[in-house]
Write a protein that binds this ligand. Structure first.
Ligand code: FES
Length: 83
């Protein structure tokens, strides 16, 4: 599974590095290093909508440190079929 976190200037200002750090931690905690590839991306075209990320082909906007864990559970773990 490919995850891209936008590090364009707008998302960067809204804390995309914290999101990447949180994702790294979640991937490590769940031992998903072999299944999840974490990448940084240039502007994904949704600068107004908070930090934007792409999980496979699905765009997820409004990501922040408070909801990243839930997004990870709902979009990543579920998709990988991990309960
Ligand atoms: S800077 Fe992230 S969507 Fe534009």
């Amino acid at each position: 599974m490919e995850i891209y976190v936008c590090i364009g200037s707008s998302c960067h200002l809204k804390g995309s590095y914290n999101i990447i750090a949180a994702l790294k931690r979640l991937v490590a905690e769940n031992h998903l290093e072999d299944q999840v590839s974490l990448n940084a991306s240039f502007c994904l075209g949704h600068c107004q909508d908070g930090v934007t990320m792409k999980i496979n082909e699905e765009l997820v906007t409004g990501v922040n440190v408070d909801n990243i864990e839930q997004i990870f559970r709902e979009k990543v773990m579920k998709e990988l079929d991990i309960k």
